[in-house]
Each structure stands twice: as structure tokens, then as C-alpha cells.
Design a protein. Structure first.
Length: 297
């Protein structure tokens, strides 16, 4: 079984569902509100655990009711939380508006995630024991770099989701094995609008890139080979929140099982397709048996 460590954020998602998102200065009436455990780190951890990996989480929650629920959700999903710190103050929150087409807009307030700015005793040993380390950018960059450098020092594969998109320092790119931006993030990182051109540009900095393309699937690029496009299953989306994290979690599991790249990508795309047909982020993550069934159809 693949061993995965996730260093990243835990947030309580505060989700409002509306027909159309409000414009600046506009007030609209929503039809539903939900609180759903999330955060890109927690989402990827749950996705990978549901997909069949042994998963441990490095991060922080606050000493509030949200923090207790976030920890409980991770544990009930099969994620080890021994390295999930509890700190004074509020947990992270994400304020999300989801429209009737399944699109979303998100404001993240870091809370406890902002305290994850370094590795603490035991973190490096945990990373060293893994097959892969999953990273995102919802915790301070210093911790992301420290985690990636620890992984590189111990021969552990690093998978970085560059979200929220920002400048990536050389010391992080130099220790990233697989970069997984979406189209928007790839454009911000490279200035290239075309996903293929963006992926090829990113290969100057990292050895492998997967650009996720939403309903159009994904584009894989590696040095010395032609880019590979993998379509996504055709489904009707109700909520795309967490779809990218579902994809990354499932992809890490498939690659850890040494599946061929195309198969790994199609399996991860099947997982993401299942997630967008369900409400919420962590609540939408499919289990391995469901992914296998979707992948075979």
C-alpha cells in the first residue's frame, strides 16, 4: 500500500449555494448554506485515503469547534493526525460561493494554518517514511520549502499543487518532482494562456507537469516527450469544489502503485468526475471501489 504524507491546510468550508454569484456591490439570495470540512491539504489527504493509501497529515487546527470537527473528519476518513497540531486561536476557514453551474469562488482566511511555517520534531522522519509528499500553498511558503527539501533529502517524491498561485522560488522548484497547476495557475506561473505552452514552459523548472483542464481533462508533460492529453469523463457537475484535490490525491495513489502514466491520469480523472457530481469538498471524495467502477465504464 502506498504511504503518503500531506503537508498543508485544514479549513472549515463555509459554503453558500446561489443561482448566480454576486457581482461587486451586489447582494443575492442563496438557496442553501453548509459547513463542510476542507482545505487543500485536508482534501488531498482524504482523497488519497479514500483511494487506498496510508495517509498522514502535517498541519494545524485551532482550539475551536471547527478544529475539533476538522480533526475528527480526517480521522474518520482514515487519515493519521498525530502530526496535526492544535494551536491557540481560530481554525482556517474558506468562504465559498457555488453557482448552479457548479462553478465556485473562494476566499481563504488562514487562521491556524498561518502558524505552519516550519517543520517540528518528528515531521522530517514522517516525510522520510513516505512514498510521496503532497504540498500546496495554503500554509506559509517556508514550511512548503522545508517539507520539499526534506522529501528530496530522503528520496521521497514531491507533488506540488501551486494554489493559491504565487511566485515559486527556485529552492521549491528545484525540489518538486511533479507540479499540478490548473489552467489559471499555469497561466499565472508562466504568462502563457495556452495550457500546452504553459506546461512546456514549466518543464524548464520541474521534470513533470500535469495541467488540469476541468471538464476537458488534463495535459501531462515530461522532458523529452510529446505532451499527453487525457480527457475527463462526461458528467453533469453540481459542485466543483475540491475536484482538483481529489484528482491530485488519486493521482498520487496511482503513481505510488507504479501504474503507467496514462492509466494513472485516467484513474485520477475518474475520481475527480465522481467528486463534481456531489456537494462539498471532503464530503465528495470517492472511495477506491467507486473510482475503479467509474474508470472501467
Amino acid at each position: 500500500m502506498t504511504d503518503i504524507v500531506v503537508l498543508g491546510s485544514t479549513n472549515m468550508d463555509l459554503v453558500a449555494y446561489v443561482a448566480k454569484p454576486p457581482q461587486r456591490g451586489e447582494t443575492v439570495t442563496g438557496r442553501e448554506f453548509r459547513t463542510v470540512p476542507g482545505g487543500k491539504g485536508a482534501n488531498q489527504a482524504i482523497a488519497a485515503a479514500h483511494a487506498g493509501a496510508n495517509v498522514s497529515m502535517i498541519g494545524a487546527v485551532g482550539n475551536d469547534a471547527f478544529g475539533s470537527r476538522l480533526r475528527s473528519t480526517l480521522e474518520h476518513s482514515g487519515v493519521d493526525t498525530d502530526h496535526l497540531r492544535t494551536v491557540e486561536g481560530p481554525s482556517g476557514t474558506a468562504h465559498i460561493v457555488v453557482d448552479d453551474e457548479g462553478g465556485n469562488a473562494i476566499v481563504v482566511v488562514p487562521g491556524a494554518n498561518g502558524t505552519v511555517d516550519h517543520l517540528v520534531p518528528g515531521d522530517e522522519a514522517l516525510i522520510a517514511s513516505a512514498d510521496a509528499l503532497l504540498l500546496q500553498l495554503e500554509v506559509p511558503l517556508a514550511a512548503v520549502v522545508a517539507g520539499a527539501q526534506a522529501a528530496r533529502a530522503h528520496g521521497v517524491r514531491t507533488v506540488l499543487t501551486p494554489a493559491p498561485a504565487q511566485h515559486l522560488p527556485p529552492e521549491l522548484l528545484d525540489t518538486t518532482d511533479l507540479l499540478v497547476p490548473n489552467e489559471h495557475e499555469a497561466t499565472i506561473l508562466t504568462g502563457r494562456i495556452d495550457p500546452r505552452e504553459a506546461a512546456l514552459a514549466l518543464l524548464d523548472s520541474v521534470p513533470e507537469v500535469v495541467v488540469t483542464l476541468g471538464a476537458s481533462g488534463c495535459l501531462y508533460a515530461t522532458r523529452g516527450a510529446e505532451p499527453l492529453t487525457v480527457p475527463a469523463p462526461h458528467v453533469t457537475a453540481v459542485d466543483s469544489t475540491g475536484a482538483g484535490d481529489t484528482f491530485v490525491g488519486a493521482l498520487a495513489v496511482a503513481l505510488g502503485e507504479e501504474r503507467p502514466v496514462r492509466e494513472a491520469l485516467t484513474w485520477a480523472a475518474a475520481a475527480a468526475a465522481l467528486s463534481v457530481q456531489r456537494w462539498g469538498a471532503s464530503a465528495s471524495m470517492p472511495y477506491r471501489s467507486e473510482i475503479d467502477k467509474q474508470h472501467a465504464s
